[in-house]
Design a protein around this ligand. Structure first.
Ligand SMILES: [Zn+2]
Length: 152
């Protein structure tokens, strides 16, 4: 009886790398289209219309995204600590997404012995945790102590 054995196991690691390839492609598209949309939002829409936060305007409390635009602008102007204070999810996203994309790119270009970061669920749980803690903390500071986010 001839038993044919395969050298590569079509197991978890192959599926996992296919998943990372899909994420990498989505990431490249997000950089391209998100970069264009982000530039238009920051350079055209915000200066002309300065869209206010509807939840903040109506209720007087911050929404989970409040401070995000100012955090991006602070980061673009080279102020990472201010960005961290305004909305820590921006810096977190830069580190996690940037690290994933950079290491995946270097691995695909076969530069050195760099292995691309793998996707982990904790990336998303971490983002959700940061979003929640930031939202609660900023509203406690605002409502209880009167400490508001800087306007610019
Ligand atoms: Zn808001």
């Amino acid at each position: 009886m001839d038993i044919k054995r395969t050298r590569s196991c079509p197991g978890r690691s192959d599926k996992k790398s296919d998943f990372e390839t899909q994420l990498y492609r989505i990431g490249l598209a997000a950089i391209l289209f998100g970069g264009i949309a982000g530039w238009i939002y920051l350079r055209v829409i915000v200066p002309r219309f300065s869209p206010p936060c509807a939840l903040y305007r109506i209720t007087g409390i911050y929404c989970p995204g409040c401070g995000g635009t100012r955090a991006v602008e602070a980061l673009l102007h080279g102020h990472p600590l201010l960005s961290l204070w305004l909305h820590p999810l921006v810096l977190y996203t830069l580190v996690i997404f940037g690290g994933f994309m950079l290491t995946q790119t270097l691995a695909r270009l076969r530069l050195g012995h760099i292995r691309g970061w793998k996707f982990h669920n904790w990336y998303l749980w971490g983002a959700l945790g940061i979003l929640t803690v930031n939202w609660l903390l900023k509203n406690i500071l605002l409502v209880r102590f009167g400490i508001a986010l800087p306007l610019s």
